[in-house]
Design a protein around this ligand. Structure first.
Ligand code: F6P
Length: 325
């Protein structure tokens, strides 16, 4: 295997706070080891269309505190095709990239796995998504910031909910999983949380809201956008049919959960994983995602990181109800 002298780094899929801290860590630790780094713009799209720029240690000054990604991100349609991946491989060759660091979620790693299988490209992945839905890491980069953002929004909603004795349905992101919904529900003291992993009926929700209304005049129900009963708007409409006299409102937090300055926790996680990515590539590892498990940096093959489902601690859903007593 040729030694690693030049690394390409990119961010792909939905952005998440802390991606910049990860880019910075890759650029600075590579410079420390005397390795050249190029930033690839717009995720896989930048590889397909040859959009690269040098990324020296001074090019990443003053970005650790910034949300979003200085390299920009995309979900590339072109890279899904064999032709697109062949163009990307040609870019890798043309620039003499020996390895790549891909920061993103499961779609990003599925692409990286295929790219390795078809073109032998060495890739290490870093988990960057607010969803926290990747097996092989306790937390993903951006999750903690998004939980805090959702919590702060719900603190504000609580003020107006209790002033008007209202029932609020708050929708948070999470296409397939309820990690963000569950964590933000606990942190904000919500009365109920609905997650895609559990089959929660509207009847049960109505029953619990009825019980809660005997104790308190306002309540917050957190709904993960991917819940099987529908989003917050649909669920609120269905609950209204059972509780026509309750004054209800719906808030969809949407993309504001993806922005903002990363928390210290996300900056530290991103920095640690970015440094580890360079060290592991130098040690000959690739085709895997790095994560932090019980405080230790571990690598998980891409096949496992995307193939295995990370388990939600379902007992914590019941805890939300206990704490609403
Ligand atoms: O995967 C991260 C995520 O924020 C999901 O929670 C959400 O469903 C999706 O991205 C939204 O994607 P887009 O920005 O393409 O609308």
């Amino acid at each position: 295997m040729a030694p690693v002298r030049h690394i390409g780094v990119f961010t792909s899929g939905g952005d998440s706070p802390g991606m910049n801290a990860a880019i910075r860590a890759v650029a600075r630790s590579a410079a420390f080891h005397g390795i050249q780094v190029s930033g690839i713009l717009g995720g896989y799209e930048g590889l397909v269309n040859d959009q690269l720029r040098p990324l020296g240690p001074r090019d990443v000054s003053n970005i650790i505190q910034r949300g979003g990604t200085i390299l920009r991100s995309a979900r590339s349609e072109a890279f899904r095709t064999a032709d697109g991946r062949a163009k990307a491989a040609a870019t890798v060759q043309r620039h003499g990239l020996d390895a790549l660091v891909a920061i993103g979620g499961d779609g990003t790693f599925a692409g990286a796995k295929l790219f390795h299988e078809e073109h032998g490209c060495r890739v290490i992945g870093l988990p960057g998504t607010i969803d926290n839905d990747l097996f092989g890491t306790d937390r993903t980069i951006g999750f903690d910031t998004a939980v805090n953002t959702a919590m702060e929004a719900m603190d504000k909603i609580r003020d107006t909910a209790s002033s008007h004795d209202r029932l609020f349905f708050v929708e948070v992101m999470g296409r397939d999983t309820g990690f963000l919904a569950l964590a933000s529900a606990i942190a904000s003291g919500a009365e109920y949380v609905m997650v895609p992993e559990l089959c929660q009926s509207i009847e049960q929700l109505v029953k619990e809201l009825g019980q809660a209304s005997r104790l308190k005049s306002s309540s917050i129900v957190v709904v993960a956008e991917g819940d099987e009963q529908g989003g917050a708007v649909t669920i609120a409409e269905r609950v209204k049919q059972h509780l026509p006299d309750r004054d209800m409102r719906v808030t969809v937090l949407g993309h504001l959960q993806r922005g903002g300055s990363p928390t210290a926790m996300d900056r530290i996680l991103a920095s640690r994983l970015g440094v580890a990515a360079v060290e592991r590539l130098l040690a000959g590892e690739h085709n895997c995602m790095l994560g932090e498990v019980n405080g230790t940096v571990l690598s998980t093959p891409f096949a496992e990181a995307i193939g295995k489902q990370k388990k939600l601690q379902e007992g914590l859903v019941a805890m939300v109800g206990i704490l609403a007593t």
